[in-house]
Design a protein around this ligand. Structure first.
Ligand SMILES: [Zn+2]
Length: 95
């Protein structure tokens, strides 16, 4: 199960070969709570910013999700503004 051949990696979104390792931050919905995970290693596309996680990282994130992001494990808190799409929502006409 250990096979991360990242040598000839190309972006899965745009096909660019310019991918760079970086530590990224990502937000996840956990039930009704939005949580942010920082410091995630990812291969980031130089061109379109698409992030690619290796198998180990995906498994680790799944584990964190499985643990339910307990509040006592958090390293900080963010206040985030919330907006309603509101009047911008147009009824979809299916025909
Ligand atoms: Zn790309």
């Amino acid at each position: 199960m250990e096979s991360h051949e990242q040598e000839a990696a190309v972006c899965s979104n745009c096909g660019s070969p310019k991918l760079e390792w970086a530590r990224v931050r990502s937000a996840f919905w956990h039930q009704d709570t939005l949580v942010v995970v920082e410091d995630i290693p990812a291969l980031v596309c130089d061109k379109c910013q698409e992030r690619h996680y290796d198998d180990q990282t995906v498994v680790a994130l799944d584990l964190m999700r499985g643990e339910g992001f307990p509040a006592e494990g958090a390293t900080g808190e963010l206040r985030v503004p919330v907006f309603a799409f509101g009047h911008r929502a147009r009824p979809k006409v299916e025909s």
